[in-house]
Write a protein that binds this ligand. Structure first.
Ligand code: NAP
Length: 484
């Protein structure tokens, strides 16, 4: 069966920076299903040749040295362009006619990719339905919806209802590109293809878990967008909660989309929702100095660019084990990492002398950059009595694998084309995630508590975040990944 990918928003940044480079590399690796074509749709009046020319330049820029002119020449004839406005129902007739022409009368699986501004998702979906383009009588129809999916629980529910008027849930692929990352999938493999971690992966042996997604960059020119979003909507509702689910979930009976997602949703259902008092006690919010001077940002903005949140998962595995989630902009370095911190040994028999305690065992899962896993252990310093030091068993993808790590979009586009939804968010998952984030955002917005702490760019967030951890007898693992 042939496949057609229809990208709405084909003249935009996501298309040129992520989607087309991913498709080009998949084509180069001969991974795309046979007879795959791409139809780009946006208001800009390109024709096929102009769009291909434009994408040749941008793809070369984004894939770098792996760009080969001959491979591009083989790929470019798969690309077609149809000018169209997603808010005009009549333009879908031109899209439909163009699809018929491209597919030359033989049925194809169609994947509609919504890469426009989120305000247009609902209109595009309803128009796909009204114009008959979602009708499956002549082939499979799927839709990919980019993030953000809603801006709170109410809007996500409303969007889900609109989506379900036109598409059944199994046709819907909601993107969280973190799930396309090799290291996130590797966490599933680490947990469920190795027997040695399972006995330790619970409240008896784990003291707490830290999940950090730190960005070194500030908001740059995206101030107007960020003002409306803030760190909770931008990072927590999606990426951080995805990492939490994969870290905490039970083993699914089989690796199928619904079994995996059932287990993930169970984690969110077990998270204790935060009351307003909990929010004041269990969250820290910050804003980097200089944010208010960014383009599109209010001079008295209260938008958080940093947050730390403590969540409790109330089930037999995790009762009493705090999960600390934090994310921010203008931080010390770019890193996404999960730290599993184990309990101390019950008796510290080597504690005499200068050091009264040792660093605990930690499993550090580096999502990006420096993708890999380190297990921190205590070892003896040779020829120094019983002095101990922390060393680590260090696995790096870069050392074990000669190729470059594929961008998440390669995996996600291929899975969506082939109909595997394991790495996409289901409607209930998205709604549960919002139901955990909404009370935090609402308490912040309505009470102004906890106070918005300013922090200088280039730090691990505000001092209040470190103090908050110390008050709980814990410490953030503030180590930038070593890139070599
Ligand atoms: N860029 C990223 O890295 C990234 C990452 C994650 C998620 N996303 C999400 O992906 C989506 C697209 O982001 P982007 O950065 O690519 O935005 P963008 O650069 O502003 O592109 C928006 C695209 O939508 C098209 N468009 C706007 N109004 C339209 C209409 N009425 N009918 C048809 N096309 C219309 C624009 O083209 P015309 O003006 O030619 O119509 C353009 O092609 C957003 O929802 C964003 O949240 C982006």
């Amino acid at each position: 069966m042939a496949h057609t990918l229809i990208i709405f928003g084909a003249s935009g940044d996501l298309t040129s920076r992520k989607l087309i480079p991913a498709l080009y590399l998949l084509h180069q690796k001969q991974r795309l299903p046979p007879q795959t074509r791409v139809l780009g749709v946006a208001r800009t009046r390109f024709d096929d040749a102009a769009w291909r020319n434009e994408l040749a330049a941008t793809t070369q820029r984004y894939v770098g040295q792996t760009f080969e002119p001959a491979a591009w020449q083989a790929f470019a004839p798969m690309l077609f362009y149809q000018p169209g406005d997603v808010s005009r129902l009549e333009d879908y007739a031109s899209v439909a006619a163009r699809l018929e022409a491209i597919e030359a009368g033989s049925p194809a699986t169609r994947l509609y990719y919504l890469a426009t501004a989120p305000e247009l998702y609902a209109t595009a979906i309803l128009h796909l339905g009204q114009s008959g383009l979602a009708d499956e009588s002549r082939g499979i129809r799927r839709v990919v919806i980019e993030k953000p999916f809603g801006r709170d629980l109410a809007s996500a529910r409303e969007l889900n209802q609109i989506v379900h008027r036109v598409f059944a849930e199994h046709q819907v692929f909601r993107i969280d590109h973190y799930l396309g990352k090799e290291t996130v999938q590797n966490l599933l493999v680490l947990r469920f293809a190795n027997a040695i971690f399972e006995p330790l992966w619970n409240r008896r042996y784990i003291d707490h878990v830290q999940i950090t997604v730190a960005e070194e960059v500030d908001v740059g020119r995206r101030g107007a967008y960020y003002e409306q979003a803030g760190v909770l909507r931008d990072m927590f509702q999606n990426h951080l909660l995805q990492l939490l689910m994969i870290t905490a979930m039970e083993a699914p009976p089989r690796y199928t989309a619904d079994f995996v997602r059932d287990e993930k949703v169970k984690v969110l259902r077990a998270v204790r929702p935060l009351s307003p008092d909990d929010v004041v006690r269990d969250t820290v919010r910050g804003q980097y100095e200089g944010y208010r001077a960014a383009e599109g940002v209010a001079p008295d903005s209260q938008t958080a660019t940093f947050a730390a949140v403590k969540l409790q998962i109330e089930n037999w595995r995790w009762q009493g084990v705090p999960f600390y989630l934090r994310s921010g902009k203008a931080m010390s370095c770019r890193t996404s990492q999960i730290v599993i911190q184990f309990r101390q040994p019950p008796v510290m028999m080597f504690s005499e002398g200068r050091r009264s305690h040792h660093d605990p065992n930690r499993l550090v899962i580096q999502i990006q950059p420096a993708e890999g896993i380190q297990l921190h252990l205590q070892t003896k310093v040779p020829d120094a009595g019983m002095t101990l030091r922390t060393t680590d068993l260090d696995f790096r993808f870069a050392r074990e694998y000669a190729g470059t790590m594929p961008d998440a979009y390669q995996r996600l586009l291929l899975d969506a084309l082939l109909g595997d939804a394991s790495l996409f968010a289901r409607s209930d998952e998205v709604e549960w995630a919002w139901s955990l984030i909404d009370p935090i955002q609402t308490t912040w917005d309505t009470t102004g508590q906890p106070p918005l702490e300013l922090y200088p760019p280039g730090q691990w967030g505000p001092q209040a975040s470190d103090d908050w951890m110390h008050a709980q007898g814990r410490q953030w693992f503030d180590v930038c990944p070593v890139l070599h």
